[in-house]
Design a protein around this ligand. Structure first.
Ligand code: NDP
Length: 246
């Protein structure tokens, strides 16, 4: 598919993988809609993209709020005419051991990592169905495929995203030509570990960060690969790991 002039909403665009993806798609001529809660970071990104002759729209919003997604879709249609795809990327990873019962953090992960993805799909689907085409890319994780210490809840949220993606694919791709992908990266150098409050896990993370991880741009490249396939090709999963990660 040609992505020039196509319109993509990217959640969690204020940092890490979302930000790198916004740059990658805008550099290749797409119109990008930058959604997250950090308004200043989104505005700075929009300025950077426009300096490189790209087109971007800022939507300050929380993926756990359906009204923020509805606002994102209506403003996108007003500014750019339509929506061609959604990159459901916003997420958090406050890892902890279950016995510590950090139940507030479990709830946040379920709200953002699972419900945020569902909210995004609900918001864009009517427009994609109308267009009889489009892409939904859900950023799951290596955590969908295997448990790692402190990841019981996080891994559960990412497995949910992976299986939801497969359900979406079977329901939407044959009927409406809407292609669905789950992206499952191993460790990527971003701010994701900043929400960890469990001291035992923090130590393990510092150890892990000694290896050469993936860069956010590596994930942006895999998203670009998915979006630039012919429409007849649905890339179901992309599972990529740092070479040094076991
Ligand atoms: P970052 O912490 O750099 O980015 C997370 C993004 O999510 C931020 O832009 C943040 O924006 C946004 N976000 C968090 N909560 C909300 C919310 N309620 N509403 C809207 N936006 C929100 O981490 P990454 O770039 O690494 O994470 C992106 C995705 O990649 C996540 O889903 C993560 O689980 C997944 N992933 C990351 C891996 C890694 O090793 N880094 C590996 C595998 C998957 P703001 O705070 O401004 O709202």
């Amino acid at each position: 598919m040609e992505i020039e002039n196509k319109v993509f909403i990217i959640t969690g665009a204020s940092s890490g993988i979302g930000k790198a993806t916004a740059h990658k798609l805008a550099e290749n001529g797409s119109k990008v809609v930058l959604m997250a809660r950090s308004e200043d970071d989104l505005n700075d990104l929009k300025i950077e993209i426009e300096k490189n002759n790209g087109k971007a729209l800022v939507i300050v919003g929380d993926v756990t709020k359906t009204k923020d997604f509805d606002n994102a879709v209506s403003k996108t249609k007003k500014e750019f005419g339509t929506v061609n795809g959604l990159i459901n990327n916003a997420g958090l990873m406050p890892l902890s051991f279950v016995e510590k019962l950090k139940t507030d953090e479990w709830e946040k992960m379920v709200d953002v990592n699972i419900k945020g993805v569902l909210n995004g799909v609900a918001a864009v689907l009517p427009e994609l169905k109308e267009n009889n085409s489009g892409n939904i890319i859900n950023i799951s994780s290596m955590a969908a495929n295997r448990y790692f210490p402190g990841g019981a809840v996080y891994c559960a949220t990412k497995s949910a995203v992976k299986m939801f993606s497969e359900g979406l694919r079977q329901e939407l791709a044959p009927k409406y030509g809407i292609n669905i992908t789950s992206i499952e990266p191993g460790a990527v150098a971003t701010n994701l570990t900043s929400t960890i409050t469990d001291e035992d896990i923090k130590e393990k993370m510092e150890e892990m960060q000694k290896m050469e991880t993936l860069e956010a741009e590596d994930i942006a490249n895999s998203i670009y690969y998915v979006l630039t396939q012919p429409e007849r090709v649905n890339i179901n999963d992309v599972y990529l790991m740092p070479s040094e990660q076991q």
